[in-house]
Design a protein around this ligand. Sequence first.
Ligand code: ATP
Length: 607
Amino acid sequence: MDFATFADHAATIEAEPANLETVAHVRSLLEAAGPDLEVVARFVQGRVFPAWDARKLDIGPRTCYEAIARAAGTNVGPDDVETAVAEVGEIGAVAASYEFGGQRGLGAFGGGGGSGGGQDELTVATVSDTLTELAETDGSGSHDAKVDLLFSLFNRCATDEARYLARLVLSEMRIGVGEGTVRDATAEAFDVPADRVERALQVSNDYGHVTVVARDEGLEGLDALTLEVGRPVQAMLAQAGSVTDALEAWDEAAVEWKYDGARVQLHYAPDGVETTGASDGNSGDERPTTRVFSRNMEDVTDALPEVVEFAEAALEVPTILDGEVVAVDDDGDPLPFQEVLRRFRRKHDVAKAREDVAVRPVFFDCLHADGEDLLDVPLTDRHDRLEAVLSSEDDPKTETGASEAPNDAAETGATVTTGDETPEGLSLLWLTDDPDEIESIDADALESGHEGIMLKDPDSTYSPGRRGKRWLKRKPDVETLDCVVTGAEWGEGRRGTFLGTFLLSVRATDTSGDGAFETIGKVATGITDETLAELTERLEPYVRAEDGKDVDLEPAVVFEVGYEEIQTSPTYSSGYALRFPRFLGIREDKTPSEADSLERVERLRSP
Ligand SMILES: Nc1ncnc2c1ncn2[C@@H]1O[C@H](COP(=O)(O)OP(=O)(O)OP(=O)(O)O)[C@@H](O)[C@H]1O
């Protein structure tokens, strides 16, 4: 396909305000693309390479301006292009405003993936080949070489070609074509169901390849596409949500710790992998057996040797795992998230960086195990497979802080989908419909230095690239309340010697000091045994009366409490109840007369 034809289609698509019509225009572009379909399906989304491919053009605006200025003639300099972009607001319109083609610089004859010097039509294939060459141009002198290559393209462009070439080069295509549009257009053009196109994209992570398979092999070909060890998949993402949301939506929730690190996808193939790599010329390259990818699918293997060592020690079968890399101190305790990012970015002296800050992987999902793709399998089954691949017979298994079962949860009977022995690197998962258990898991996660918890739908499949409602990251408390403790209950069993449940109250009126309090809820969860012991010691002097397990306390101690919601409630004298209250700490700096008032509670309910 001529690049001018592509540019014509792009202009039509850009001018189209209606979504449905956009799909029809993209469809006709795909149908007309012929042998260039793979490239066209990427270009129309502003992509040069497949999503899984780590190659980048790495062209800054200035390099692009230089190439445009050179093609525009002696009267135009890069500064002029820059000024014009500042005025007009986008590079496409500026590139389209020049008349190119008259220049006979070095690049007009030489580079350009075999272009012949400016007379013949520029093709989509030439643009693709030249941009690929450009992405692979590296080292000293690469700047000039890149400008030459770009110049060789611009110098052959008419108005619309220049507009879309410039936008493509600077990743600013913006003609309103997203993945959904290409999915629907592919489905219509090649008569295949859209959901199967979508599935094919999820496993192959390359729309170029998917459109070609849809056209040439139809539904059978699409359904035969699989994940490939060594080719990264887009990560499934989470939405903010609450325990209430989770328990209302699902019968029970899968609860996991939320590790404060950076996302990694581990690909391990014991016998090495052959990449089929669509048709980008890399077919059949031998790759090392372990690759680690970041959330953006960048290859970060070299920066994280610990993860490679972990994979080689722990895994035996071809595997794709999803997890988090956490920076740890000498005791194995987690360090702030910034530390792990520093390790990710490190290109040189990795051994030294590793001495300064070690990292440890924790995996919470398994996308592929021993030849089997697991994207369509429910979360709990994927977790079982994860545990199985991490537990292969010969592994040395050591308990780590990250994978220890939180005591409280285990003791309150939470279902842990793991056996007795927790393999190293496994993130635990609890299945529960009990808010108290969820609070305990949350408390343990926080106590262990992690961010909190994730709540997941136990039946959910893995949706690459999706930020759905089936993975919830627990929302941090927007507000907290400072409540006076006016009562308590003795705990049960092992906790029989501790006060275990605390009655919370707020001041009845806003004028401080009259000593009237209204109850608003009870906090019983989110408190470790150690803290319970401390709280008991702190509150015992204020016991006014006891009746069985119930304890009446003189208002003296103020708790800072997090909650998910304030509801009206007949249960408490304030007329309100805190939903999922959590103990955050004692406000040692506050007396009861400085605790929050009922008036503030009312204000918080109606912001
Ligand atoms: N058990 C877990 N399950 C899923 N993700 C986890 C888990 N533990 C830690 N994470 C991390 O939490 C991230 C989701 O949380 P969060 O949204 O806060 O991260 P973010 O990347 O900063 O933001 P966002 O995903 O919203 O852009 C995941 O991408 C992953 O890196």
